[in-house]
Design a protein around this ligand. Structure first.
Ligand code: MN
Ligand code: MN
Length: 463
């Protein structure tokens, strides 16, 4: 009798599915997930996600950021950075020097980018060449319906928005794979990365020739269609960003509909939950900020990724009219680096360390560190910050778990955490555990998605 009581007191309650009942009924989880899934369907690229974010924020009273203005408590602003990343803030009642509460997620996802000279014809078939973006298993992108999204800047400067393959009346696109009957030698002994090579990721565009043309008649016909629809000529591919993404819609998965299947949940799940948590805040004590960054999947590079000074610049410009040094803000700010994690998959037990793995339906996963080869490239969050978050999440009845990304030396990965913490900001990784991460159709748990939203709301209101 005494023993059991001591165990209850001392043993961890981590990793128990649905261990903390959410403070809402299942209907609210479903309503939230419906909104999330519709966001995923409208936002399959970083540009589309940024545009959707701006539209969600504008509907909820956020104004376009004006660096000349001195913002007051309760003011709501957003800044769209080169159309591919967004920073939004609700100004708090406390002085800026007391620090900001920042949640940073990313809105780019692994995909296939169309090359600058992509179009060619071979054996009367027209193809588009692609260059993959981010970490993919290339073979997963063959024999699935694909859509083309993006922007083309024509020679005369006009910007054309392209989206083919999402409307049910649209055609979709396709990459072939070899039939098993002939694959024994050609693919059978190859490694995962070689089964389909980067230069085999060629999109079938069409096969009908343009009548009267002798050479490249199919290619010319494809250009005719593009020209009629978008005013494009072949060289306009040079000034284009066309992204090939799965044409799938987000769907509930499972008899009990407890999962969401969709492309791009890494990391729009954290982007959307952070955005919704921010949008509902009225008058916070500390200034609350959401960053939706681009280029995380290729190292946070460029002027829209978090390696740039985008966050620094925003904080500087926000502080300048109040004569507050941004360094004062960094020193006392706190950040959730919100990015997906891996959930334990019983089909592949060999890559997980069960005692430190994250599990589906146990809430969002906090990771003290990420990285590979001995925490390499990781932000290692402080015990003090973890201690504070533990207490606040438990008090707020937010389900959460601690987790590592797989076994030591099995692989690994990184997030934007290291770039935010390089400013001196206390930073920790948190995110929904996914199955089949970086695949064309990733799986999340509805409970975990809603629990992450609760966690970010709790962070903004209680820290
Ligand atoms: Mn990610
Ligand atoms: Mn990723």
């Amino acid at each position: 009798m005494k023993k059991k009581k001591l165990g209850e007191e001392l043993l961890s309650k981590q990793g128990k599915p649905f261990s903390v009942p959410l403070a809402v009924c299942a209907d609210e989880v479903t309503a939230f997930c419906n909104g999330y899934m519709s966001f995923l369907n409208r936002a399959k690229t970083e540009r589309e996600a940024s545009k959707e974010a701006v539209s969600i924020l504008s509907e909820r009273g956020f104004q376009c950021f004006d660096p000349d203005k001195a913002y007051r408590p309760g003011d709501r602003v957003y800044w769209l950075n080169h159309k591919k990343s967004v920073i939004a803030a609700v100004i708090g009642t406390k002085p800026f020097e007391e620090g900001f509460l920042i949640t940073a997620a990313h809105v780019d996802s692994p995909r296939l980018d169309v090359k600058p000279k992509p179009l060619y014809e071979e054996t009367n078939l027209a193809f588009l060449k692609t260059h993959y973006y981010g970490g993919i298993k290339k073979y997963q992108w063959t024999t699935i319906p694909l859509a083309i999204h993006g922007t083309v800047v024509l020679k005369d400067g006009r910007e054309i928005t392209v989206c083919i393959g999402e409307d049910t009346s649209d055609p979709v696109f396709y990459i072939t794979d070899l039939l098993p009957h002939l694959a024994r030698k050609a693919q059978g002994s190859k490694t995962m990365g070689e089964i389909i090579s980067g230069e085999q990721l060629n999109i079938i565009l069409g096969s009908q020739p343009y009548e009267g043309e002798e050479k490249d008649a199919v290619k010319i016909n494809m250009l005719r269609i593009l020209n009629e629809r978008y005013g494009m000529i072949e060289d306009d591919f040079i000034s284009a960003e066309l992204e090939v993404v799965p044409a799938y819609q987000a769907r509930y998965i499972g008899l009990d509909r407890s999962f969401i299947g969709a492309y791009g949940q890494d990391d729009r799940v954290c982007g959307y939950t952070a955005l919704m948590a921010l949008a509902e805040i009225e008058s916070p004590s500390k200034t609350c900020v959401v960053v939706l960054a681009d280029k995380e999947e290729i190292g946070s590079v460029g002027n829209t990724g978090l390696c740039s000074d985008m966050l620094k610049n925003f904080i500087s410009l926000l502080c300048a009219p109040h004569h507050v040094a941004p360094e004062r803000v960094y020193l006392s700010s706190k950040c959730l680096s919100a990015d997906v994690n891996v959930a334990y998959d019983p089909n592949f037990p060999e890559v997980y360390e069960r005692r430190n793995a994250a599990y589906l339906n146990c809430g969002p996963t906090l990771s003290k560190y990420t990285g590979s080869g001995g925490k390499g490239g990781s932000n290692d969050a402080s015990a003090e910050y973890l201690g504070e978050l533990r207490r606040v999440f438990d008090e707020g009845k937010v389900p959460w778990q601690i987790g590592e990304l797989g076994k030591v030396d099995e692989g690994g990965g990184g997030t934007v955490a290291r770039y935010v913490s390089s400013l001196g900001i206390e930073t920790i990784d948190i995110g929904v555990g996914l199955l089949s991460m970086h695949s064309p159709y990733e799986l999340s748990s509805c409970y975990d998605v809603y629990a992450l939203y609760s966690a970010i709301s709790c962070f903004f209101s209680k820290l």
